[in-house]
Design a protein around this ligand. Structure first.
Ligand code: ADP
Ligand code: MG
Length: 466
């Protein structure tokens, strides 16, 4: 083999180093906390390769110290994976913020196994999000059962599996649990987890850098594809198109796909072809947990943190936080921090003191369907029972639609759950009600004023109670 064949040309070497660094940055972003990453890692630049060492340039002694002491190991590992051989790392302080890039000719070394190379840009799975840590209740039972079936037999049962529901209800948790369990059973399985947002950024970057072929290659040979928060793709035409092809490529080889979204496929503003692909699979919605499930979740989380909480306290928290499990956890952490700082036990009074104030400051007033129905029927002069009933006369239909619209806009309740709360209506009826009301608000000023007035009253009454 000639000397020439053994070495990459100057330009190629420069490009390879730049490319490796930009890929390494994507992976490092998920390993290093954001402020540190933004301040110290992202601002560094690869300058040259010298004697097997990559030399990074940075702008201050302090940044150099941090890069060498704290982040060197991760950088070496990830950048080494990208370059295809083990590297040493040196950091130099350079003047100006865009140090010149001069690369020594790179030796042509074998590329790493595709797995290591390709996976470094994907987010890792969170090993706390397991099936064991997931509390099952009536509102997430179906989603849990489907996820467990998929984890046991990827590609065989429900494909794609589409989980949807409001924020903080456990979609991401279940998705990670599927990945972790599948990998446990088959460690060689290629599991790729990506958020809709990340997919979009990766694609846009690959367009900008003329690396779409690379981008596509990464999504080949995926055995289990987990795509979180797919709603992020809505309205991004080219990304949607690319997603459609990736989806088909993976699906057609019989590999498993799991998707999550904050709404049902029907309500996603995505290309019809994509929506119908999703609808061909298994759809499972998650709605906010009932009181017992919320209490069970709190118990599990408290045990996990080695906190002992009395039933009174658990009941208190579960009663004030109803629609978001992330908030439940946040409340627990806050309470824990406060109690250990003050060296006191957690009593209901303490919980009220700490969390009551917290919720008065941060949370929107707790509103429920009953209050909304009550207020709407008062303003329209109809009976609350009619609003939840089946009567189709215009005098009833309009206030019913307004009530559904207000429930949708003022609370975290999902469309199917609103449908159930209004006498077992289909979620498409709820969506239709919201659209109709929005149209009327836009067209009719006195109607808009009336809806505004109801909202104001609800806010006033909601803030005062819980
Ligand atoms: P989503 O993706 O639906 O917004 P996440 O999966 O991020 O919600 O869940 C938010 C938090 O609530 C996570 O910390 C998760 O572990 C926790 N969580 C959600 N549902 C459950 C559950 N059923 N049991 C235990 N923890 C849960
Ligand atoms: Mg999520």
């Amino acid at each position: 083999m000639s000397e020439k064949q053994l070495q990459l040309g100057e330009d190629e070497a420069t490009l390879a180093l730049r490319d490796a660094w930009s890929h390494a940055l994507e992976a490092l972003a998920s390993q290093i906390n954001k402020p540190s990453f933004e301040s110290w890692v992202k601002t560094a630049r690869p300058i040259r390769i010298q004697g097997g060492a990559v030399v990074l340039g940075t702008s201050s002694q302090f940044a150099r110290h941090l890069l060498e002491s704290k982040y060197a190991a991760s950088i070496k590992e990830i950048l080494g994976q990208q370059l295809g051989y083990e590297i040493k790392l040196r950091v130099e302080v350079v003047e100006g913020d865009e140090p010149p890039l001069m690369t020594e000719k790179l030796p042509r070394t074998p590329r790493p196994l595709p797995k290591a190379e390709d996976d470094s840009i994907f987010q890792p799975l969170n090993d706390r999000y397991t099936f064991d840590n997931f509390v099952v209740g009536p509102t997430n039972r179906l989603a849990h059962a489907c996820a467990a079936a998929v984890a046991e037999q990827p590609g065989r049962t429900y494909n794609p599996l589409f989980l949807y529901g409001g924020a903080g209800l456990g979609k991401t948790h279940l998705m990670h649990a599927v990945g972790l369990m599948a990998m446990q059973a088959r460690p060689d399985m290629r599991v790729v987890y990506v958020s809709g947002e990340q997919f979009t950024y990766q694609y846009v970057n690959s367009l900008r850098e003329h690396r779409t072929a690379d981008f596509r290659r990464r999504y080949r040979n995926v055995d289990l594809w987990l795509v979180d928060d797919i709603q992020f793709l809505a309205g991004k035409e080219r990304t949607e198109e690319e997603f459609f092809h990736t989806f088909n490529a993976i699906y057609e080889t019989g590999k498993q796909i799991v998707l999550t979204s904050d709404r049902a496929p029907k309500d996603l503003e995505l290309d019809q072809r994509l929506r119908s692909r999703f609808e061909c699979g298994m759809l499972a919605d998650i709605s906010p947990p009932d009181l017992e499930t919320r209490m069970a979740i709190l118990q599990t989380k408290a045990q996990g943190e080695a906190m002992s909480l009395t039933d009174d306290v658990i009941m208190y928290i579960a009663r004030i936080i109803t629609s978001n499990i992330r908030q439940l956890e946040g409340a627990l952490i806050k309470l824990h921090a406060y109690a250990s700082l003050m060296k006191t036990d957690v009593t209901p009074t303490l919980a009220e003191e700490v969390l009551g104030q917290y919720f008065a400051e941060n949370a929107p007033p707790v509103l429920d369907v009953r209050k909304i129905v009550e207020e709407v029927s008062k303003r329209f002069g109809v009976e609350p029972a009619d609003i939840k009933g089946k009567c189709r006369s215009k005098e009833i239909v309009i206030p019913r639609q307004v009530a559904m619209y207000l429930t949708r806009t003022l609370t975290d309740t999902s469309l199917p759950a609103i449908g159930r709360a209004y006498g077992g209506k289909d979620h498409t009826t709820v969506l239709h009600a919201c659209r109709k009301t929005e149209e009327k608000i836009a067209q009719d000023r006195s109607f808009a004023g009336l809806v505004e007035e109801i909202k104001r009253r609800l806010r006033d009454s909601g803030a005062a109670s819980s």
